[in-house]
Design a protein around this ligand. Structure first.
Ligand code: GLU
Length: 591
């Protein structure tokens, strides 16, 4: 174990010492090729930890555990032990693909009026977000254990060593983390204890903020998190039970119930009862590729599948930024979001017509609705199959999530999207434990029903999982060989980012890095959003000219920043080609 710790320390310190090559560069990042294995995450230290595990013979699952443990430390705004995740997993031995649902659950005391005030009006999003009401029972620790028991090859305990070493030795705070802290602090009316909404929790405040001037700790500040190291050691020694039972579970419940804004109702029993659910993947054939993603409670697999299934009826041409390709993609997005908003929620509680929504004839009919001009707000269709009469939940948000893509030397692959929902989850760090709680329950509809009383499928219910947009995806060729691993954070924009990465590779013939560098465009059944280009990160393009051409076709266009975090691996006969997203701190690793 000592030699292992030393090797890990050397590997990680060398990554900390390397300055990020893309910062300030005007040249676009290039794809990376490897022969044996590959990992892509949103942070170089997490990538390095996972790559090290792969190098010493670990599986994709082993590497994922090491990378997730590091991400919870170095990118705490996006994911961690206090959050949830979905994994789409390919097992090469059995040639099967499966998915793991580690989505957070509403406590057993939750009722449908959770996010309503005394007058029956919805709470403001920020009030709900920065409160104990928003915290779902975390799924990540149990996911790591369940997957390790099934697919791990290295012993469990050492997988936490990279994160433990980093937490003890320290690491430089990223610009991203610092900027996000600063952004939230700026929204506070006052910095005084008891008056802050963001970083109201003294533990999180002390960790992220320089108290003297009430400013974010700067990029490069050396951060240590001994509490987190201790939590990981506990998890390493005792497994996920150490998180879901005993003193740690009691501390989580106390932090939720003692929230300084609005106390929550999560109990130790809720934690004791948390289970990861294995679910069948949602797959669709797209121009000869089998695209497999996450089904309910995520809307990701269905919506990505619908976009592709509709686009299959059109020729997209050869230029991803051509006005016709952009028009078609946005129209498919409108149709997919109309269905998503109405039908998709936790299928353990609501009947979701999954097969009907991906039915080829149904999608052919939907494609007929696309014309020369923007179609305006799309109505949901009527897919074949059973469903409950429900009202739509149309809210769309952006926030705190991360994506990990891995292929190992044994032929296994996984696509994992992992989240605490909004930036820094609900803003509370469990005292003495070093990790943040999520605010995933704000992904539920705040209103339980429409004005006419029709229930919303995605309303709050006890023990239910809120609807997600996370879209971890694996793509296979006609013979069942893995071709692509992709996925991204980005709130409900995840669906567009992921679908776009797939057409960029298969329709436009781009490599994974180019596919990431193409500026984003999408329509979530509202405005058509074009990405503000970022010099040295995205392709240079005339956003205004494209906006004008689309407006001439009836689109209402916004040019906005779109901070995806795509992690893409393409599998070829010669090996792996990887791309990472420099809109965040993405890094490709492996050999
Ligand atoms: N909570 C969101 C979801 O599950 C993801 C948020 C994000 O990407 O930042 O869909």
């Amino acid at each position: 174990m000592k030699a292992f710790k030393l090797a890990v320390t050397i590997a990680l310190v060398s990554v900390v010492a390397i300055t990020c090559p893309w910062v300030g560069a005007q040249e676009l990042p290039q794809a990376v090729s490897t022969q044996r294995e590959m990992i892509v995450t949103a942070n170089p230290l997490a990538t390095e930890a996972g790559a090290f595990v792969l190098k010493i013979g670990g599986t994709a699952t082993d590497a994922m555990i090491a990378a997730q443990a590091v991400l919870g430390l170095v990118e705490p705004q996006s994911s961690g032990l206090g959050g949830g995740a979905f994994v789409v997993y390919y097992d090469d031995k059995t040639h099967t693909t499966t998915t793991f649902d580690a989505r957070e659950k509403a406590p057993s005391a939750a009722t449908e009026d959770r996010f309503l005030d005394a007058n029956g009006s919805s709470l403001g999003f920020t009030t709900a977000w920065q409160s104990g009401l928003s915290v779902g029972v975390p799924g990540v620790p149990r996911l790591l254990e369940v997957m390790h028991q099934r697919y791990g090859r290295l012993p469990w305990r050492p997988l936490f060593v990279p994160a433990i070493v980093l937490a003890q030795v320290g690491f430089p705070l990223t610009e991203n983390t610092s900027n996000q802290v600063a952004g939230l602090l700026a929204l506070n009316p006052s910095c005084a204890e008891g008056e802050r909404l963001f970083f109201r929790d003294p533990t999180a405040f002390a960790y992220f903020v320089d108290a003297a001037g009430c400013t974010a700790k700067p990029a490069g500040a050396w951060i240590r998190n001994k509490d987190y190291a201790d939590t990981l050691k506990l998890l390493g020694r005792r497994g996920a039970a150490a998180f879901y039972t005993g003193a740690l579970a009691a501390d989580i419940a106390a932090a939720v119930q003692g929230d300084l804004n609005i106390p929550g109702d999560m109990t130790v029993e809720d934690l004791n009862n948390y289970r990861v659910v294995e679910r069948t993947p949602v797959c669709i054939d797209y121009r000869g590729h089998n695209v497999c993603g996450m089904g309910p409670p995520s809307s990701g697999g269905i919506a990505v599948g619908q976009i592709l299934g509709i686009l299959e009826h059109f020729n997209l041409g050869s230029d991803p930024l051509d006005v016709e390709a952009v028009h078609l993609f946005t129209q498919a997005g409108r149709l997919a979001f109309a269905d998503r908003n109405l039908y998709v929620a936790d299928s353990d509680f609501v009947t979701v017509p999954v097969a009907g929504l991906l039915d080829k004839d149904y999608l052919a009919e939907r494609a007929l609705l696309i014309g020369e001009d923007d179609m305006g707000t799309a109505a949901a269709g009527v897919p074949p199959g059973d469903f409950d009469p429900t009202a739509p939940d149309t809210r769309a948000k952006n926030s705190g999530t991360s994506h990990i893509s891995i292929v190992d030397r044994y032929g296994n692959a996984l696509s994992m999207t992992t989240t605490v929902e909004s930036s820094f989850g609900n803003g509370v760090m469990v005292p003495g434990r070093g990790f943040l709680l999520n605010n995933q329950l704000t992904d539920f509809s705040f209103a339980p029903a429409a004005a006419d009383g029709t229930p919303v499928a995605n309303r709050v219910e006890a023990n239910k999982r809120p609807r997600s947009s996370m879209s971890p995806t694996l793509v296979f060729d006609e013979k069942g060989q893995l071709e692509l691993v992709t996925g991204s954070p980005g709130g409900s924009r995840i669906i567009g980012y992921t679908a776009q990465s797939i057409i960029n590779v298969f329709d436009f013939g781009l490599d994974p890095q180019e596919a990431i560098n193409v500026p984003h465009y999408m329509n979530r059944n509202g405005s058509t959003d074009l990405e503000t280009p970022i010099p040295g990160v995205t392709w240079d393009y005339d956003a205004q000219a494209l906006a004008d051409a689309l407006e001439a076709r009836g689109h209402n266009v916004n040019i906005v920043t779109q901070t995806s975090g795509l992690s893409v691996i393409q599998v070829t006969r010669k090996g792996f080609i990887g791309g990472a997203d420099y809109r965040r701190d993405g890094a490709v690793g492996g050999r």
